[in-house]
Write a protein that binds this ligand. Structure first.
Ligand SMILES: [Fe+2]
Length: 275
């Protein structure tokens, strides 16, 4: 079952698509409409809901924050249905052109991603969306192809998956802590109040929330290096950061997402641990 919830803020309409299976909410993701543009497309398991929700809105293009299946799952379908182009960072574009295999768990929760040809968006590019101009800001770290979209005049930041929470507990094996910190620093220089995060939007104090996450990750980074030098193991270091591994979560994701990945990422970024 898919649950849909609407979020409205000035010119922005967000739709939250939640995948409910076995009486549990397994995934919740937002897609946002503003002006003549759709930002991200939800998971393919919610295809009918996404299509029907946004069919009443004027959409002349789709822009993607990054490659992940909960953001790109309907890009090919909607592009074909509405005859509109899809834009993404060139790295995401290459991945989506060739197509990629979603993990078995990702497929169960979100569904697959169809191949799609995209047009490139580059760092600093200005995108006219009708009601304002969005600036594309390259913000790697969560993935290598992640873009955020910023409107200075509106005070909005569409941050994809770079925020998610003040204090995160899990990392994908593909994530880079160092790059996330650099990307967060870049975004914290901007003037904005509203954080249209793809999983956890904040309609006030958006920049403060992003700064809070940055502070937490910088603290985390320092603790990892300090306790690694003292000879602590991955999970012991994790405990020093006030986090604990969720073994059930690790089992179900086969280690693709777990807390220890956060520690390993710092050590990889420092060249201490092999990628
Ligand atoms: Fe993601």
């Amino acid at each position: 079952m898919i649950k849909v919830r609407k979020l409205e803020y000035e010119d922005v309409v967000g739709a939250r698509f939640s995948v409910i299976k076995l009486n549990r909410n397994l995934q919740t993701v937002y897609a946002y409409h503003l002006g003549d543009t759709l930002i991200d497309t939800g998971q393919s398991n919610s295809r009918n809901e996404v299509y029907h929700f946004f069919s009443d809105y004027k959409i002349t293009k789709i822009i993607l924050t990054h490659r992940h299946e909960d953001h790109t799952g309907n890009a090919a379908y909607l592009s074909e249905k509405w005859k509109v182009p899809v834009y993404a960072h060139p790295i995401a574009g290459e991945v989506l052109r060739k197509g990629y295999k979603v993990s078995p768990l990702g497929k169960y929760i979100n569904g697959e991603v169809d191949k799609v040809n995209t047009l490139p968006i580059y760092d600093g590019q200005k995108i006219d969306i009708g009601v304002c101009t969005l600036e594309a800001i390259f913000t790697p770290g969560h993935t290598t192809d992640h873009i955020s979209f910023y409107s200075k005049e509106k005070g909005w930041l569409f941050s994809g998956d770079l925020y998610v929470a003040d204090r995160i507990k899990y990392f994908g094996v593909f994530e880079s802590m160092k790059q996330q910190i650099e990307s967060l620093k870049k975004l914290c220089q901007l003037e904005f109040e509203i954080l249209f995060c793809s999983h956890n939007p904040k309609l006030k104090d958006g920049r403060f929330r992003l700064q809070t996450k940055l502070n937490d990750l910088e603290d985390f980074y320092g603790i990892v290096l300090e306790f690694h030098q003292k000879g602590y193991g991955f999970e012991e270091i994790l405990n020093e950061t006030g986090r604990k591994e969720n073994k059930l979560y690790r089992f179900f994701t086969r280690g693709t997402f777990d807390s220890t990945n956060m520690v390993k990422s710092v050590l990889k970024d420092e060249g201490i641990l092999k990628s």
